[in-house]
Design a protein around this ligand. Structure first.
Ligand SMILES: O=C[C@H](O)[C@H](O)COP(=O)(O)O
Ligand SMILES: C=C(OP(=O)(O)O)C(=O)O
Length: 449
């Protein structure tokens, strides 16, 4: 590719990047990461591109979800398994209700860097650098924790490797077998209305499998029922990390980012002449692009030209995050311009990032109803423009947190404090995520038919 190298981003303005007090320590860490194996391989990226090409043709749906920010404190099997099982449940709800294949992508195994609105945070009269994700600094409100520390890149790599290893085992090793569908519901969800609804659906799936078996289809041995494909993604924000994990593919000039299958460009770092666009245009991974209400058709077309000049099916996922109040006005002109330019990216809705508010009790939160409203607005805009509403992008966790208001559990301003654990933005909990999947399944079914 013309003039591109894994480090050509360094000649461009780079927003949201940390300044390290000891550049030599950063260089040592980069060299160490450069010698370590990549976390994912080119063949897996090609496979995801093929799956997303089916999404772009309206034959499948993308479900992308996971943490706002993964945390070094949350190591171990439980949190990863909890998130994985809720994504599986959501995918089964959508697949069953809308008879639509679902491509599953986690915001996981690398989602450690956060762009921030402000460089500083003030509490009780003390001002410190903002927390920017565990790969950069610590969330504790002390000057020491907030200092960027290059050794965190190595911790992020190790945790991502361990998480990915677990995800591969969960996806391929029996846990995701459709015959185990009754085991996926977490205890705290089981007795909720959506838990009960899921159990009914699981009963129907189990009966269908028994029926197919009785008809002579070997449902016990069919590989599609025993394992799932699960892909990873994160925001490609920390470019020193991404560059250090970039590897050469089999063909000359073919580079891929070795940190995740899909890398996305954030709303705050999508400047055409910026470092993040420069880095991402040269790697073969699937590329996501966040588009907030300020994105205009011209911006989007120029980004597509830069990131996907050969118009490869499945290469680009445009992720709109307009806010529930703006989606009806801001999204249709983008859909129209992209369609009229003959482009066919995957369109995906992030109903989280345009709907963040501060509660009366002082917590950053999001309302379940607003989230649902933006999803409905996204489907309506696509119906209006004759384009395929290809997917959803959520910040969620399988755990029983109280970070977003509303849903059948009726999390209120007062109950936010009970289990508010996010390191950055509020996530849907396991029960709210499942509830949303049921609500969206009907809309998806209508779009399919
Ligand atoms: O997750 C996205 C951003 O990093 C986050 O919304 C920024 O939050 P802030 O506006 O509090 O900085
Ligand atoms: C920072 C994020 O989103 P956005 O760039 O859309 O604000 C995110 O998804 O973590």
């Amino acid at each position: 590719m013309h003039n591109w190298t894994p480090s050509s981003w360094r000649d461009r303005p780079a927003r949201q990047m940390p300044a390290y007090a000891e550049p030599q320590a950063l260089r040592n860490v980069e060299a160490r990461l450069g010698a370590l194996p990549p976390l994912i391989f080119p063949g897996e990226i090609s496979q995801l591109r093929e799956r997303l090409a089916t999404v772009s043709r309206g034959e499948a749906f993308l479900l992308q979800g996971g943490d706002c920010a993964e945390s070094f404190d949350e190591i171990g099997q439980a949190p990863v398994e909890a998130t994985f099982r809720v994504i599986l449940q959501m995918a089964v709800v959508l697949t069953y209700a809308a008879a639509c294949p679902v491509v599953k992508v986690g915001r996981i195994a690398g989602q450690f860097a956060k762009p921030r609105s402000s460089d500083h945070e003030t509490a009780d009269g003390v001002t410190l650098p903002s927390y920017r994700g565990d790969i950069i600094n610590g969330s504790d409100f002390t000057a020491q924790a907030r200092q960027p520390d290059a050794s965190r890149l190595l911790s992020a790599y190790s945790q991502s490797a361990a998480t990915l290893n677990l995800l591969r085992a969960l996806a391929q090793g029996g846990f995701a077998d459709l015959h185990q569908v009754h085991r996926w519901t977490a205890d705290f969800v089981r007795s909720s209305p959506q838990g009960e609804r899921f159990e009914e659906l699981a009963d129907r799936i189990t009966q269908s499998l028994a029926f197919m078996q009785a008809c002579g289809f070997d449902a016990v041995r069919a590989p599609q029922l025993h394992a799932v494909e699960f892909y990873t993604s994160h925001e490609a924000l920390h470019l020193h990390y991404e560059e250090a994990l970039t590897r050469q593919g089999e063909q000359q000039g073919d580079w891929y980012g070795g940190s995740a299958h899909m890398l996305w460009l954030g709303e705050r770092t999508r400047q055409l002449d910026g470092a993040h666009v420069e880095f991402l245009r040269g790697v073969r991974n699937v590329i996501g692009v966040k588009l907030g209400p300020s994105a205009n058709p011209d911006d989007v077309l120029r980004l597509l030209d830069a990131l996907d000049p050969s118009q490869e099916p499945g290469r680009i996922v445009l992720i709109s995050r307009m806010g529930s109040g703006q989606v009806a006005e801001r999204l249709p002109p983008l859909l129209r311009a992209v369609r009229q330019a003959g482009r066919n990216p995957v369109w995906c809705c992030d109903p989280m990032h345009g709907n963040t508010v501060t509660s009366a009790s002082g917590y950053k939160t999001r309302d379940f109803d607003r989230i649902l409203q933006e999803v409905r607005g996204f489907f309506a805009a696509h119906a209006q423009e004759g384009t395929w509403p290809g997917g959803l992008h959520f910040e969620m966790t399988g755990q029983d947190v109280t970070e977003c208001r509303g849903g059948a559990q009726a999390v209120t301003d007062e109950s936010l404090a009970m289990r508010y654990r996010t390191a950055c933005d509020p996530r849907l909990n396991g029960s709210q995520s499942l509830e949303l999947a049921f609500l969206i399944a009907d809309v998806l079914k209508a779009a399919r038919t």
